[in-house]
Structures are given as C-alpha cells and as structure tokens.
Write a protein that binds this ligand. Sequence first.
Ligand code: PGA
Length: 257
Amino acid sequence: MAERTPIIAANWKMHKDHLEAIQLVQKVAYHLDEPDYEGQEVVVCPSFVALRSVQTLLQSERIPITLGAQNCHHADEGAFTGEVSVPMLARLDVRYVIVGHSERRALFDEDDGVVNAKLQAVQRYGLRPILCVGESLEQRRSGSAVDVVTGQLAASLDGVSVEDPESLVIAYEPVWAIGTGETATADDAQQMCATIREYLAEHWGQVLSENIRIQYGGSVKPGNIRSLLAGEDVDGALVGGASLSSEDFALIVAHRR
Ligand code: PGA
C-alpha cells in the first residue's frame, strides 16, 4: 500500500496584497501547532507580488509552510510583457506551481497545449506542477465527466515523464464546485480521483501511479474536509475561498485534531 503524504494547498487567487498576505500567514501559523503540520504538506499560493514577502516570513519565522505560485509563463525568459517565468519563481523558493486552473482555462483561454507547455517548464526547473483538471456541470450532466478529465490529462501530460512521484500533483476540481458552495460528494471526489489514478497507472505503471498525489478542490471547507479526505484516492485539497480566512484554513489543515 502506497504511503502518500497528503498535500493541502491554499489558492488565494487575486486576493491579498503583500501586507495582507503576511498577516494571513502569521495568523494561520498562530492557530496551528507543530503536530498539525506533521505527516502532510501545507502550501500557500499568494499572488506574484506577495511571494517575496511571504517567502521571507516563512523563512525568518521557520513556519513549515511551502510556497506555491498560481501561474507561470512557459518560456524561460523573453519579450512577454507582464509574464513571470519559472526560473524567477525558483529564485523565490517557490516549490509548487498551479497549472491549468479552470479559471485560467476559461477566462484566459489557456488550452491543453498551453497547460502542457507550462507544466513542462515547471518540471524543467525542478519545481512541482499542481495540474488542475475537471469537468463543467454540463459535461457532468451529459455523462462525459470521465472523458473530459482523462482527455485533459492526456493532453496536459503529453510528452511528460515523471520519475519522482512527489514531483507532480493532480488536482481534481469539478468546475461546478469552484467558488459556488457546491461540493462534490465525498463519493464523487473519490470516484474521479480513483479514475485519474487508473489513467496514470495505464500510462506510467502501477507503482508510480500509486505514489502520485491527487487532490480534490472545489468549495472545500472546515466542515467537509474530513469526509472528502476519507476517500482512499484523495490525497489532499486545493482550497480557494476558505483559505482566505485564517481560522478556516487553519481548521482545514488541523482537520485531524
Ligand atoms: P474554492 O476554489 O475552494 O473557492 O471553490 C477552489 C479553487 O479554485 O482552487
């Protein structure tokens, strides 16, 4: 039986300037004790402009939270006004980068090709992609959820190979559950995470797939985290709205208390 270290990641989206970001991390850390962090990884993904401040705080206060970014450009450098490259993120001790979030796919026209290029850029520099996949409500209703998710996996992971299973995280985020207060049932989450694992096993073999972490995301709250994580293939959560409240995010992290 694989021992996967659960990973709970906060996606702050376009919230919290650098001063608010510092406060939020300080408050989260205040609510948590050492045992709360043990045996799991806790990640925060602030906006680009807050990364440096949060990095400095985490280091100086020795807070066991890892830094993540919400996006990146796929090129190493170049004339891409307004973009941020992976090597720039690496210099800030960013370890995780979210790629393929449904908001980027829907609002910024990122298709699977772009997601694939970003994912490969993240890997090139030794950072870890959190690859988001998930179906819309329409797609779920029409019974094509599995096809949509496996299609996204196929295209986003095209040409990608993984040696260290911890170096890639998949986040199953049904679009209809993001920011809506609608949560997938624990069974729905478990089922799709198991399907994702099966897909990975077919492509990369059983051993690797059993060790890759698959998160659930979409209206995760203190009140539903335990039941969601009870699914044997659900290895953590990607948390949006609830991660903006220090109390709620701390309760989510400390769900085993
Ligand atoms: P939510 O967002 O928790 O607010 O639904 C999750 C996400 O977009 O990653």
